[in-house]
Write a protein that binds this ligand. Structure first.
Ligand SMILES: NC(=O)c1ccc[n+]([C@@H]2O[C@H](COP(=O)([O-])OP(=O)(O)OC[C@H]3O[C@@H](n4cnc5c(N)ncnc54)[C@H](OP(=O)(O)O)[C@@H]3O)[C@@H](O)[C@H]2O)c1
Length: 257
């Protein structure tokens, strides 16, 4: 039986060792993906870190204690999906790459709509599909975490496209979880509130926006990448061996209102 399918009582409580596992993290060059790639490596996993900016991957590799290998790829490209599918071994996929371009609906141009659907939805689907083919070929089970958002659960002004894409990710999470459970493949999502990363940095340059976000988070602070890392590491660990189809909200209470 693969490690993911072992009931938790057979492992040390809170065990997070990922020794011998192979993980793939998309969007690992900076922000949330970078922090998760480092955490997976620290937990013992070999990590394939995917992004387009070479300098950021070089830096990440240098901090990965020999466990992180960069793939300089565009995660929307067919060549990337083929490369994933050709992997001999894969245990964990973190589908993290994503983007946001906040705009009122009347100003969303077709290019923005298509780019966001391409990256936030189509790439997540095709990368998952490629990973599942590896999991099934090896018949060892597997674990997928999609990086969703609190915007996968609620709506917000200026975020029609982002909410559309993250709600799609939540639907995909549930459908994949149900379909793949018999093959011992777990699929979950993490739904963070606003996290301080290069993606949100320009948004927080507007003090009024920053204040409005803080007022919407009952716990009263912005998220840090470490908050998201904790959720991801739980979901990929043996401690979560009975958890699938779940969306773990790391939102300081935003969606509880
Ligand atoms: N930050 C937040 O407040 C927040 C909240 C909720 C959910 N999220 C979600 O969390 C995920 C990560 O967000 P973040 O804030 O960490 O983003 P970020 O700081 O903008 O980093 C995004 C990463 O994805 C990579 N990437 C983007 N497009 C790519 C492509 N086509 N091919 C390969 N790599 C690509 C970027 O590298 P290159 O540009 O070099 O390729 C970068 O490494 C996203 O899915 C986002 O929607 C973020």
């Amino acid at each position: 039986m693969p490690p993911d399918a072992v009931p938790n009582r057979d492992r040390p409580a809170g065990s997070t060792t990922l020794d011998g596992r192979v993980s793939l993290v998309t969007g690992a060059g900076r922000g949330i993906g970078r922090a998760c790639a480092l955490a997976l490596a620290r937990a013992g996993s070999d990590v394939i870190a995917v992004a387009r900016t070479s300098t950021e991957l070089d830096q990440l590799e240098s901090e990965g204690e020999g466990r992180i290998r960069g793939w300089r790829e565009d995660v929307t490209a067919d060549g990337f999906f083929a490369r994933v599918e050709a992997l001999e071994r894969l245990d964990i996929l973190l589908n993290n790459a994503g983007m946001n371009r906040p705009l009122p609906i009347q100003d969303v141009d077709t290019a923005t709509l298509d780019r966001m659907l391409q990256l936030n939805v189509r790439s997540v689907y095709r990368t998952s599909q490629a990973a599942v083919r590896v999991f099934l070929r090896n018949d060892r089970g597997g674990c997928i975490v999609h990086m969703s958002s609190q915007m996968g659960h609620v709506g917000a002004a200026g975020r029609t496209v982002y909410c559309l894409t993250k709600h799609a990710v939540e639907g995909l999470t549930k459908a994949m979880a149900v379909e793949l459970a018999p093959r011992r493949i777990r699929v979950n999502s993490v739904a963070p509130t606003f996290i301080e990363t290069p993606m949100t940095q320009p948004m927080f340059e507007d003090p009024a926006f920053r204040q409005s976000v803080l007022e919407s988070i009952p716990l009263g602070r912005l998220g840090q990448v470490e908050d998201v890392v904790g959720a991801v590491m739980y979901l990929v660990s043996p401690a979560a061996s009975l958890v699938t189809g779940h969306s773990l909200r790391v939102d300081g209470g935003w969606t509880a209102r």
